[in-house]
Design a protein around this ligand. Structure first.
Ligand SMILES: [Ca+2]
Length: 265
């Protein structure tokens, strides 16, 4: 049985998020894994070892002020390099929240229509951390006589991504279940604005997609981002029922040569 991460709510109100009770197997598997340490969350805490501090104190006593200053500037430079990447979700704990404190799960436009749905569940299939990581499996169905759309949502905790150019993540379709080769991805901010992208060429193997989020001329305010949404709909989906896995969402400062997939809308 699978543990299901499912929130059901309309477009008008993203208010609910529930963890289903089903699924003991993967939950047990999850409990056997060690949880990520704070350092692995990428909070970027700077720790100086006792030996390093001893050397710095020694230099300071000897009057090597400029040498000490240079060392600190060097550490600061390395810290700035690390911030060139902001990991927002690895899903490796097998349950919310993500690395920026946001919940996540499936959403459904019309919960009263049993012929359309999306379920989200942790999947022990990880392209970045294959030994102990998880991705998120999205089982979707937009085959209905009524307008159908659903997908996945994830809180972004109000992060400021003004300094980042791209959003990268891993995706693959399930060959056995079938899958759409494209879906929509939206980024929303606290001011009611959103930018929409088309993710194309999804295949049966893991692939890292990079979206040039700053390409669109109609830029939104990137300083307070609240949500990332994936949308399966009955018009855009190349297959109306299927399963797609997603993993490892990262904002990066990148050059245009890094881009492999992009489309503004
Ligand atoms: Ca993962």
């Amino acid at each position: 049985m699978r543990r299901v991460l499912a929130g059901s709510f309309s477009f008008a109100e993203y208010t609910g998020f529930q963890l289903g009770d089903e699924g003991e197997g993967e939950l047990l598997r999850s409990s056997k894994r060690k949880f990520l340490s704070e350092a692995e969350y990428g909070f970027g805490a700077m720790n100086l070892s006792g030996k390093t501090l001893k050397i710095l104190r020694h230099l300071w006593r000897r009057g090597s002020f400029f040498l000490v200053l240079a060392v600190f500037l060097g550490v600061g430079f390395l810290g700035a390099e690390e911030s060139a990447e902001l990991v927002v979700a690895t899903f490796d704990r097998g349950e919310p929240p993500n690395e920026v404190g946001g919940n996540y799960g499936a959403w459904n436009y019309n919960v009263k229509d049993p012929s359309q749905h999306c379920y989200a569940a942790p999947e022990p299939d990880d392209p970045v951390n294959p030994e102990k990581g998880y991705s998120i499996r999205l089982d979707y169905d937009v085959l209905s006589k009524q307008p159908a759309f659903n997908g996945f949502w994830m809180g972004l905790g109000g992060i400021d991504i003004s300094d980042y150019d791209t959003l990268s993540f891993w995706v693959k379709g399930d060959e056995a279940c079938g899958f759409t080769t494209r879906f929509k991805l939206e980024l929303k901010n606290a001011f009611g604005e959103k930018d929409t992208y088309c993710v194309r060429d999804i295949g049966p193997e893991w692939k890292e997609v990079t979206l040039d989020i700053k390409k669109d001329v109609s830029q939104i305010d990137w300083s307070n981002m609240t949500e990332l949404v994936i949308v399966f709909d009955d018009i855009m989906s190349t297959k109306k029922t299927g399963s797609v896995c997603i993993d490892h969402f990262v904002f990066r400062k990148s050059t245009s040569s890094d881009l492999t997939e992009q489309s503004g809308e």
